[in-house]
Design a protein around this ligand. Structure first.
Ligand code: MRU
Length: 377
């Protein structure tokens, strides 16, 4: 757990320090970073757990493809990767004296449209667009605009690292001393720029001397649980057992699960949670068996413009991801919405919130909305 301690210590350091730690092998994975040439270097998660393949790019189309194909994935990480990809591509445009506001708007729109459900992507690209527009308005030269974009991407990454640490700190108190925790999909380091969201709570509990063990669902159809969560936790020395998605109910009935912790892709202002398909079913099961169901996410995952989860756009992915006989119609929604009344608590970088969420989140929502308005002015 040395990497965890390094990250935790650096969360209070200056913004540039935290990312230099993450590119010097502080965390167990060097899954995102800047390449020597100023591009984005990322671990291709479609190849895990069989091979650790790293790719580099400073090209918008390649980054869009990486996000669509889930080479980089997980709500916070796609925001961080898109911001870094935009900065890297802008630097190339600046070097060739082609960086314009029109280029920026177009590249930002393409990146923001790569996947619809995780609001972190829009959130990060909005920040990049705002920083770039402001630099152009101030008549900065193209090199200065590119430097502004790089600084903003770095800040987004640094803040994500710090938010992950804060989620772990907030959530550890909810974890009993030796608990078996069920998680779904991958909400770990691989899904963020830092140490994860749901898994940050588990890493932190482990670092605090508790003895958590994890049950990871397989997570059909792309098997993020069986391929990624299991791989990541095993490397970190946390006991983990893989199950098929449909085994969750009987494990709960047998008293083998103490709590469920998942991540989120978008949370509405009333606490409704969009997350990987199957999360809703797990929440219903947890309620039926009297098991706490927690969701861990940074504030960048909250969409304060939505009063309920009904308006969250749900990504429908290609039918060929589902293993079915050829020729039959396939539905492949990648996410579902868990109603707030099934969520026992939201674990965030600003602390733990309990229902009713419209009330408990109101102050933080108002502060965040005011902050966004100020940034846009
Ligand atoms: O399709 P994916 O793999 O990007 O889906 C990821 C999830 O659903 C995660 O649970 C969510 O993004 C939280 S990540 C900290």
């Amino acid at each position: 757990m040395l990497w965890f301690r390094i990250l935790a210590a650096n969360s209070s350091m200056s913004s540039s320090a935290s990312s230099s730690v993450s590119t010097q092998g502080g965390p167990p994975l060097d899954h995102i970073g800047w390449s020597v040439g100023g591009g984005v270097r990322y671990l291709d998660q479609t190849q895990l757990p069989d091979a650790e393949v790293y790719r580099e790019t400073a090209d918008i189309d390649e980054m869009v493809e990486a996000i669509k194909m889930l080479r980089v994935r997980g709500a916070p990480l796609i925001g961080v990767s898109a911001a870094m990809g935009l900065a890297a591509a802008a630097a190339v445009e600046a070097r060739n004296a082609r960086l314009t506001l029109e280029w920026l708007e177009n590249a930002a729109a393409r990146l923001a449209g790569a996947r619809p459900t995780a609001v972190n992507l829009e959130w990060a690209i909005d920040r990049m667009r705002t920083a770039g527009r402001r630099a152009f308005t101030q008549r900065a030269g193209v090199d200065d605009v590119a430097a502004t974009l790089r600084n903003e991407a770095q800040a987004i990454w640094d803040e994500d690292i710090a938010m992950c640490v804060a989620i772990g700190v907030a959530g550890t108190a909810l974890v009993p001393r030796s608990a078996t925790i069920l998680t779904h999909c991958n909400a770990g380091a691989l899904a963020t720029g830092g140490m994860g969201t749901a898994l940050a709570v588990i890493y932190r509990a482990h670092a605090d001397g508790k003895e958590p063990s994890v049950v990871s669902t397989e997570t059909r159809p792309l098997r993020q649980g069986a391929r990624l969560t299991v791989w990541e936790l095993h490397r970190a020395g946390i006991p983990v057992t893989a199950i098929v998605d449909s085994a969750a109910a009987s494990l709960m009935a047998d008293g083998k699960i103490d709590c469920v912790i998942t991540g989120a892709d978008r949370i509405a202002a009333n606490g409704d949670v969009a997350n990987k398909i199957g999360t809703y079913g797990l929440a219903v099961l947890a309620k039926a068996h009297g098991i706490p169901f927690y969701v861990a996410a940074p504030l960048s995952t909250f969409d304060w413009t939505l009063t309920s989860g009904k308006a969250i756009p749900i990504e429908e992915r290609a039918g060929d991801e589902v293993d079915a006989a050829p020729g039959v119609p396939v539905r492949n929604p990648a996410f579902d919405v868990t109603p707030a009344d099934l969520v026992s608590a939201l674990i965030t970088d600003r602390g733990v919130f309990r229902p009713p969420y419209a009330e408990s989140l109101a102050t933080v929502a108002a502060r965040e909305v005011r902050g966004v308005r100020r940034t846009l002015d």
